[in-house]
Design a protein around this ligand. Sequence first.
Ligand code: PSV
Ligand code: MN
Ligand code: MN
Length: 388
Amino acid sequence: MTTLSPEILTQLEGQGIELPSWAFGNSGTRFRVFATAGTPRDPFEKIADAAEVNRYTALAPSVALHIPWDKVDDYAALRRHAEDLGVQLGTINSNTFQDEDYKFGALTHHDESIRRKAIDHHLECIDIMHETGSRDLKIWLAEGSNYPGQNDMRGRQDRLQDSLQQIYARLDDDQRLVLEYKFFEPSFYHTDVPDWGTSYAQVAALGDRAMVCLDTGHHAPGTNIEFIVMQLLRLGKLGSFDFNSRFYADDDLIVGAADPFQLFRILVEVVRGGGLNNPDVAFMLDQCHNIEDKIPGQIRSVLNVQEMTARALLVDRAALDAAQQANDVLGANGILMDAFYTDVRPALAEWRASRGLPADPMAAYAASGHLQKIAAERVGGTQAGWGA
Ligand code: PSV
Ligand code: MN
Ligand code: MN
């Protein structure tokens, strides 16, 4: 059995992956939303489910909220509820993609009253962050156009910068803005923040507390995502990850399911660039569980990240540097592949047990009866917001 050094285990012990509240709601495609028994009926129950994931793995200390999906009357009570269950409230995600007014844009809109409404929504999110104790405001924009000539792309870029400046100005010194990019969908011709370069240009003009969010599912097929990770870390602008995996488009499937090797390569660059357990680089999931059970889906996801982090930490850096210096192409590649092909699961299971955690969190959760319990207790669970 492969053993993991005390240094590697210390790094793994420090790992925390934020869960998205929306992963616990029902979601689907535009064809159908299939309901799952036991789905949370309100944000309090979503947090309780997220806390279960943390209980079985000790890997998920915080939960991201989405406003207005997670709107409640009393955020202080929601925060207390989370803390009582051993988790924190994390990133606040804004939403400017489901309101009729935003059909042709929000933070980029040429109609000043609509743009004002979108900015005000973000200011409200910042107010909520004060109550929830959240550090990060995450912005993903659905804005763009479908046909060449439909919009003035340049003017929209200028208005976006102005809107972001107004939002950024309202943040406290210990709060951050993270701007996510996505190459297409729902806009099909142009998207206002389609790539890391645009996100970088927009946040660089704001200041030090504005960063880029890299969602692993938001790139064209074949994109070298680990190169982007390297570059953003090098620039000190990688604020957060939204982990998930994709086969075709923005599939939001379980991280590491579609392409474990890509996840490994990303984590190798994270380690190389000092991004692991670095408070500036938030690890989050952004996933939906359309047909599988949600709590086990999230447990599987955080374990996948942990397993691939362990493999990335196994890369023999000194040997790799030497092989690279010697232009030993196949030797260098072999060193990387040796780490990738190492099965760390038995060592991780043993280590978990030594810390009082279940050696196999998936099996332990399945045996707990928790799913059956919430299925009996909860009737009429909510939709996550997607796939309506
Ligand atoms: C839409 O593509 C999206 O999946 C983005 O990745 C956001 O992070 C997420 O929705 C929640 O707003
Ligand atoms: Mn995302
Ligand atoms: Mn997405």
